[in-house]
Ligand binder design. Structure first.
Ligand code: NAP
Length: 248
C-alpha cells in the first residue's frame, strides 16, 4: 500500500497564501495546512486546514515539520517577514524538507515618480523633512520608529491599531486593501499630505497610492525589502502551484 501523501505547510499572512491553498485543494491528494502568525484578531481564513501562532524559532519549526509529517514548506509570507523565512529555510535544511517560496515582484519607479529609496524603517523615519505631513502605510509593528519625529505630522493607515499609545503628532486610521487610485488621490489631497512613506511590498492590492502620489507629484520614501534565503520560487500562486506539482 502506498504511504499517505505528506502535508504541505503554507506559511501565510498574505492574500497569495489563501489563493495557493485554494489552488492546491483543487489538486488531487494534496493536503495543506496554512500557518498564520496570529497578529490579526480577525484574519481572513484560507481553504483547507489552518493553525495560528509562532513555532518557537527554527528549532520549534523543525520539531513541528517532523511531528506533522510535512513534506514541503511553501513560504508565502509577506516580503518583509524576513525572520519567518530565515527560520523556515533553516528548519527545512535541518529536516531535509523541500522549501519553495512565492517571490512577489517588487515595485519599480515609473516615469514621474519621485522616490527616495531607504534600507529600513529607521532610515525612513530620518528621511522625512522637518514640518512635513507624512502618510505612512507601513503596518502597525514599526510605527514607534516615528514617535521621536515630533517636528513632523504623521498619518498612518493600518489594518488593526498598534498596542502602543500614540504621541500627539501621530494619528492613525484603520482600513483594509484593496484601494483605488482615485480614492488614494482624494485622501492625499484632503489630508494635506506632503510625503508618502511605504514598504516596497509589490503587488496590486496596495499600489494605487503610488499612482496617486505620481499624479500629485508627491515624493515617496520607499523602504527596500530585506533579503530572504535563496529558494526555488515563483512570482504568482499559480506559478508556485505548478512548481510544487512538478516536484517529485
Ligand atoms: P517576521 O518578523 O518574519 O516573524 C516574526 C515571528 O513571527 C517569527 O519568528 C514567527 O515566530 C512568527 N511568524 C511570522 N509569520 C508566521 C506565520 N506565517 N506562521 C506562524 N508564525 C509566524 O514576521 P512579521 O513581519 O511580523 O509578519 C507576521 C505575519 O504577518 C507574517 O505571516 C506575514 O506574512 C504577515 N504580514 C507581514 C507584513 C509586514 O510588513 N511585515 C505585512 C503583511 C502581512 P516563531 O519564531 O515563534 O516561529
Amino acid at each position: 500500500m502506498a504511504a499517505p501523501a505528506r502535508k504541505i505547510l503554507i506559511l501565510g499572512g498574505t492574500g497569495e497564501a489563501r489563493v495557493l491553498a485554494g489552488l492546491l485543494a483543487e489538486a488531487k491528494g494534496l493536503k495543506t495546512v496554512t500557518s498564520l502568525a496570529g497578529r490579526t484578531a480577525a484574519p481572513e481564513l484560507p481553504p483547507g486546514e489552518w493553525r495560528r501562532g509562532g513555532f518557537g524559532g527554527a528549532n520549534g519549526l523543525a520539531v513541528y515539520l517532523e511531528r506533522e509529517a510535512i513534506g514541503l514548506v511553501a513560504d508565502v509570507t509577506h516580503p518583509f517577514a524576513a525572520t519567518m523565512s530565515r527560520n523556515a529555510a533553516e528548519a527545512c535544511r535541518r529536516t531535509g524538507t523541500a522549501y519553495v517560496r512565492l517571490e512577489r515582484p517588487a515595485w519599480r519607479p515609473e516615469r514621474g515618480d519621485r522616490w527616495q529609496e531607504v534600507e529600513n524603517i529607521a532610515q525612513a523615519a530620518a528621511a522625512i523633512s522637518s514640518g512635513a505631513r507624512a502618510f505612512l502605510t507601513i503596518g502597525r509593528k514599526d510605527i514607534a520608529a516615528f514617535f521621536a519625529r515630533t517636528d513632523t505630522n504623521i498619518l498612518a493607515r493600518m489594518i488593526e491599531p498598534p498596542e502602543a499609545a500614540l504621541p500627539p503628532h501621530v494619528a492613525i486610521f484603520l482600513a483594509r486593501p484593496p484601494f483605488t487610485v482615485e480614492g488614494e488621490e482624494v485622501l492625499l489631497k484632503e489630508r494635506g499630505i506632503t510625503v508618502l512613506v511605504c514598504k516596497n511590498s509589490g503587488g496590486d492590492a496596495t499600489n494605487a497610492k503610488l499612482a496617486a502620489a505620481r499624479r500629485l507629484g508627491l515624493p515617496v520614501i520607499m523602504i527596500e525589502r530585506p533579503e530572504k534565503p535563496a529558494a526555488p520560487s515563483a512570482a504568482t500562486p499559480e506559478g508556485l502551484r505548478d512548481l510544487i506539482l512538478r516536484l517529485p
